[in-house]
Write a protein that binds this ligand. Structure first.
Ligand code: UFG
Length: 315
């Protein structure tokens, strides 16, 4: 298929673009490089440097859009909510209008576990309440709401994938954020010598060891779900699927696995809780397994950390 990948110079977008090209699709990447890297655009993709509000120039002949371009830092979204509403919701609405004008009726959307907020039960299912606790999650939820409406009103075919904690690397494609807030890359930066220690944000949560529990999914498994979603799009319908491994690991457990994989002692310093962090976030991915046949292949935390470490350290 002829596909447009917005945000294809970013972490998840570049891995999906690479897998789409490997599967024989014709890919155009649209990215304004505000957080992405041009050298992350896979070989074989056409690259258009532009904002998603200017997507019309890249939509001719396109059969479906995979939409990753977004602002995605929870803390920043609390400080600068307007940028999240304008970029994530406003930008996506402009993209959807451009798609309508060009007759492109299919989209796979990069949604997030942050749409759920503080969960009432674990693992979280797609039918659970969505009560985001920050503007990032709220802006992504608003897009999910718009996609459902446009599916009914305009016959758009859409699939939203709600990612839990994405980590790991796919070949040369890895996480490279200018401001790194995520746990695994921050822990590994201690092993490379870029940081002296990692901060553990709170040890007084109601979990087995007192640190927050998250559901880590390998970026390669996550990317595969996008190819399945693309094949499952039905005009006039909007489907939502969670994507995680179904298993939770605490911050301390993640640091331990990073120590084993890197052979580095990785000093950890206990700090304050980070505002807005739920104690436990674990996905039920039963729906995508049942309906699309998705299965995690590199599900162990050790595999995820090993691949992230390999891409970071060249080992
Ligand atoms: N943490 C630390 N030290 C660090 C970094 C993180 O202790 O240096 C802790 C956090 O407090 C949290 C856990 O490690 O308990 C994971 O934190 P991340 O920042 O790696 O990931 P989050 O769970 O906060 O965020 C992820 C996605 C977001 C998404 C969110 C859904 O990265 O995009 O899940 O709640 F919104």
């Amino acid at each position: 298929m002829r596909l447009l990948v917005t945000g294809g110079a970013g972490y998840v977008g570049s891995v999906v673009a690479a897998q789409l090209i490997e599967a024989g699709h014709e890919v155009t990447v649209l990215d304004d490089l505000s957080t992405g890297h041009e050298d992350a655009v896979p070989e074989g993709a056409r690259f258009v440097r532009a904002d998603i509000r200017e997507a019309d120039q890249a939509l001719d002949g396109v059969e479906a859009v995979l939409h990753f371009a977004a602002k995605s830092l929870v803390g920043e979204s609390v400080r600068e909510p307007g940028r999240y509403w304008a970029g994530n919701l406003g930008g996506t609405l402009a993209l959807l209008d451009a798609m309508r004008d060009k007759g492109v009726g299919r989209i796979v959307f990069s949604s997030t576990a942050a749409t759920y907020g503080e969960p009432e039960r674990s693992p979280i299912e797609e039918s659970d309440p969505t009560r985001p606790t920050n503007p990032y999650g709220a802006s992504k939820l608003a897009v999910d709401t718009a996609l459902s409406a446009y599916a009914g009103l305009r016959g758009l075919g859409a699939v939203s994938l709600r990612y839990f904690n994405v980590a790991g690397a796919y070949g040369r494609y890895r996480e490279r954020h200018a401001v790194e807030t995520h746990l695994i890359p921050n822990v590994l930066k201690v092993a490379t010598g870029e940081r002296e220690s990692v901060s553990v944000f709170g040890t007084d949560y109601p979990t087995a060891d007192g640190t927050c529990v998250r559901d880590y999914i390998h970026v390669s498994d996550l990317a595969k779900a996008h190819l399945l979603a693309l094949g499952a799009i039905t005009p006039g319908e909007h489907e939502i699927y969670n994507l995680g491994s179904g298993t939770g690991f605490s911050v301390q457990e993640v640091i331990s696995v990073c120590r084993e994989v890197t052979g580095h002692e990785i000093p950890a310093v206990v700090g304050e809780r980070r505002p807005g962090d739920p104690a436990v976030l674990v996905a039920s991915s039963a729906r995508i397994q049942r309906e699309l046949g998705w299965k995690a292949e590199r599900a162990s935390l050790r595999d995820i950390v090993s691949d992230a470490w390999g891409a970071l350290s060249g080992k």
